[in-house]
Design a protein around this ligand. Structure first.
Ligand SMILES: C[S@@+](CC[C@H](N)C(=O)[O-])C[C@H]1O[C@@H](n2cnc3c(N)ncnc32)[C@H](O)[C@@H]1O
Length: 276
């Protein structure tokens, strides 16, 4: 893994998540256990700071995430009898892998280091959109990968919590950072990054119904979704999933509070939607 991609991934690690998310983790684990059964898939499992793996009342637990290293961290210190129930599956809901993401960053950074200060709005715009086209080509072929990871009626329960807002968050973070770093020589970079943000939103509109629907079809007993739903605001990715679920399934809905970052007092109202 390149140093730049390692640093990018670091930015998304919440150092105090285990402590800060304790109440949220307990509440979410209790909610999931209401649907206890043989098998559960936890999508976007990551480091499993939002679910207590050792407390889950399921015989088989499959963790699914694009980030295999994070899932390994989640299970490394578990007692052997719990670890024995858990299977790790590296898969991307969008079809965009970490290697694709790394290639995306490299293409843009190589361009910038070749150009130095000799940048124009047209060439910057073209290189960003060309790199984005490549990612989207992968995403539009993702259907098969999605159903391989989540076959029809395969798990009793599927949990997909806090994931839909994150599908393109790393792309956007990277593009915004690059735009800010070149803004002193190319002020138009900020507007160009805003247009990228709109393209990413369009991609969420296209992909999220498929992803959300595939998850519902993969669960025999209950599909449980959690998405950020602040009062008087919308979170990109999350709101498309909430809307699609309401339009398609009439889910049962509950609210949980996610104490996301205690030091910075960031909290999210999470809308839990249950399809069963
Ligand atoms: C905010 S975290 C959810 C919280 C996480 N369960 C935890 O406890 O740390 C979002 C997770 O979604 C994963 N993710 C983002 N895009 C993904 C994709 N395309 N496919 C699968 N997982 C993805 C990230 O790697 C991350 O682990």
């Amino acid at each position: 893994m390149t140093e730049i991609f390692r640093q990018l991934k670091e930015k998304f690690i919440m150092k105090n998540a285990r402590e800060d998310w304790k109440d949220y983790r307990e509440a979410l684990t209790a909610l999931v256990n209401e649907f206890a059964g043989e098998s559960i898939a936890v999508i976007g499992a990551g480091r499993c700071n939002d679910i207590e793996l050792a407390e889950l009342r399921f015989d088989r637990i499959t963790l699914i995430d694009v980030d295999a290293a994070a899932m390994r961290e989640a299970v490394n210190d578990l007692p052997a009898e719990i670890r024995g129930k858990i299977n790790l599956t590296e898969a991307s809901l969008t079809g965009i892998t970490e290697q694709d993401m790394e290639a995306f960053c490299r293409q843009i950074l190589d361009f910038l280091s070749e150009r130095g200060r000799d940048l124009s709005a047209d060439t910057f715009d073209a290189v960003l959109n060309n790199a984005l086209d490549r990612l989207f080509e992968k995403a539009l072929l993702a259907g098969q990968m999605l159903t391989d990871a989540i076959p029809k009626a395969h798990y009793d329960v599927i949990l997909c919590n806090g994931v839909c807002s994150q599908l393109f968050s790393m792309v956007l973070f990277f593009v915004r950072s690059v735009a800010h770093s070149v803004a002193s020589v190319l002020p138009e970079a900020i507007k160009i990054a805003e247009r990228v943000e709109k393209r990413l939103s369009g991609m969420n509109e296209r992909l999220i119904p498929d992803i959300t629907g595939t998850i519902a079809a993969g669960a025999k007993k209950a599909a449980i979704y959690g998405n950020e739903d602040p009062e008087n605001a919308q979170v990109e990715g999350a709101h498309q999933s909430i809307r699609f679920l309401r339009e398609t399934f009439e889910p049962e809905e509950r609210i949980l509070q996610w104490n996301f970052n205690a030091a910075e007092q960031v909290k999210y109202r999470m809308r839990i939607q249950i399809v069963n």
